[in-house]
Design a protein around this ligand. Structure first.
Ligand code: IDP
Ligand code: MG
Length: 141
């Protein structure tokens, strides 16, 4: 077993479109364990830190405005090899390339407004989780 934790958040369009339950349900049916969850308004500073790797890219400003444009629902999930498997379940970043059956393939139509975030590597998860959750907000076994 390779137990991992990952940061998953439902972006503002996903909350607005009432897809929070759908996304939680997919993770629960997969057998993963919910470790932390909260609804929150991301500030510009917080969003810029989270997406620091994209600073300077053409889509950066639009991305920051989008992700700060309404509340998100942030979660930490735990499971065996969850980081790569969640990325597969999310589908490609560009919904045009996202396979049917994935979250983005089933629900997204816009490159920026693509419903969900999921950490892309163990290093990213280790960096991102503390940006959203204090230790005492995470619930182990
Ligand atoms: P990811 O969310 O699949 O990990 P990243 O490349 O890390 O994708 O990009 C972060 C977010 O920035 C994407 O989820 C999407 O919302 C937005 N984004 C990425 N690339 C583009 C682009 O080329 N055009 C518009 N928005 C983009
Ligand atoms: Mg990414």
């Amino acid at each position: 077993m390779n137990m991992q934790r990952t940061l998953l958040f439902v972006k503002p369009d996903g909350v607005r479109r009432k897809l929070v339950g759908e996304i939680i349900s997919r993770c629960e049916r997969k057998g993963w364990r919910l470790v932390g969850m909260k609804m929150m308004q991301v500030t510009r500073e917080h969003a810029e830190r989270h997406y620091a790797e994209h600073k300077g890219k053409g889509f950066f400003e639009g991305l920051i405005e989008y992700v700060t444009g309404g509340p998100i629902v942030a979660m930490v999930w735990e499971g065996n090899d969850i980081i790569p498997i969640l990325r597969m379940m999310m589908g490609a970043t560009n919904p045009v390339n996202a396979q049917p059956g994935t979250i983005r393939g089933d629900f997204a139509n816009d490159f920026t407004q693509n419903i969900v975030h999921g950490s892309d590597s163990p290093e990213s998860a280790a960096r991102e989780i503390p940006l959203f959750f204090a230790d005492e907000e995470l619930h182990g076994d």
